[in-house]
Structures are given as C-alpha cells and as structure tokens.
Design a protein. Structure first.
Length: 231
C-alpha cells in the first residue's frame, strides 16, 4: 500500500481526487519531551485528536477505529497513534536501531506530510510499527528516485508499545519540523497531511485511511487533508 522503491511506477499516475476536507490541529507545547507512546502522559492526556476508521475507498473497517493526536514545539512535531487491532502481523527479528526496508509489508501506522502547496507531489513519509521499527522516505512523484527516497534521513524518533490485554498498540513519532517545512515554526502554519494504517496478516489484512484516496494506493496527494499548528 505504500512506497516500494523497486516498484516506483505506481506512484507516477493515479486518480484526481478533490483535496480532503479533514483538518487536524497540532497543539503547541513549550518544551520538547521524550516519546512515551502513552496517551495518559501529561503531554497527551488533554489533547483532542482525529479518528480514522474507513478504508482507502471509504469502506468501513470495523474494530480498527484509530485515534491520532499531534503536538508541536519550535523544533519538532509529534504524532501519537492509538491503534485497536484484531491480529498482529509483526516482522521477525525487529530492529529499532536502523531503518527497516519494506516495513509497510507488516503492521504500521503512517504519516504522509508536505508543506509545499504548489508542488503537492512532494512530501515525506514516516512509518512506525507496534514494536517501534521505523522508516522515513522523501517522496517526489514527478521525479521518483528510489535510492534518494530511501537514503533520506529525517532524524525522527519513534516509540511504540503493545497492550495485548486491550488489543491496542500505541505508536509515537517525534519529527524535526525542519525536515518537512522550510518555514520558521509558527502558529497558523498549515501543511498537507494524511494518516494511514496497515494491520493484520493476509488474506484478511486491513487498510485504514484518514482521508479516503479512492484508490488502492495511499500515494494520492490530491486527497490529503490539512494540519494546522495552533497555540
């Protein structure tokens, strides 16, 4: 459902979809904090988020209603995912010390985000697994270069944990704002964004999108919603 550098042609075409109407507010906080993947942590417990519960084509995906919350500082933007699941599909021998190629073939939560409203095919992709594995990619669908996309390093951090009793996994990202936006961080800044999940093993794998793409691919920037930095 997401970028595979060896199969880049699928990114170069797609349906024309009206811009997504959804808006997520990222709430300002004075100081940076270490990711905890804990929605009850002081920095997260009073923050309202958005929910995604449908597939990429708008079909309902019962039992997987995912909450996403966001915060920002002068240096970073944070995302917290709260991910109910039925069955986990995890990569053997996980590593959080290096980027995991093809992480999208396993359970992940994803952020696609870009600040260029004129060239919407340019954006960044960030993924996190239930055990904290990660990948970041620099996307330009007009001139796709798999090696460039893969070798790009945002220096983002990830933290995840699984609550097997509740059947919920939690993932948190801390992304340097400078890696996705050349503007000085300021309240009122907006970015183009969408959120996704891939969950569970084939053949009953679930795909969840915040703003429907009306396509089997997540790479439809015309469908992105908006993120607004707010005090």
């Amino acid at each position: 459902m997401t970028l595979k550098p060896i199969c880049l042609a699928v990114l170069l075409c797609g349906p024309v979809v009206p811009a997504g109407p959804g808006v997520i507010a990222s709430r300002y906080i004075d100081a940076d904090f270490a990711p905890t993947a804990d929605p009850a942590a002081p920095q997260w417990k009073d923050v309202d988020g958005i929910f995604m519960e449908n597939g990429p084509k708008g079909d309902a995906v019962p039992g997987h209603r995912t909450e996403v919350r966001s915060r920002w500082t002068k240096n970073n933007v944070y995302f917290l995912f709260i991910c109910p699941y039925e069955t986990l599909h995890l990569k053997p021998a996980p590593s959080v010390k290096r980027e995991t190629y093809s992480l999208w073939d396993w359970d992940v939560a994803e952020v696609f985000v870009g600040s260029d409203f004129e060239h919407i095919n340019r954006y960044k992709e960030f993924e996190i697994s239930p055990r904290g594995e990660w990948v970041d990619l620099d996307i330009d669908r007009n001139a796709m270069n798999g090696e460039k996309a893969w070798l790009w390093n945002s220096k983002f951090q990830s933290k995840a944990r699984i609550d097997a009793n509740k059947r919920i996994w939690y993932g948190e990202m801390r992304i340097p704002l400078a890696s996705i936006d050349t503007r000085a961080p300021a309240a009122g800044n907006e970015m183009r964004i969408n959120f996704y999940r891939c969950q569970g093993p084939p053949p009953n794998r679930k795909f969840i999108a915040w703003q429907p793409t009306q396509d089997n691919s997540f790479h439809v920037p015309e469908a992105f919603g908006r993120m607004k930095l707010e005090k």
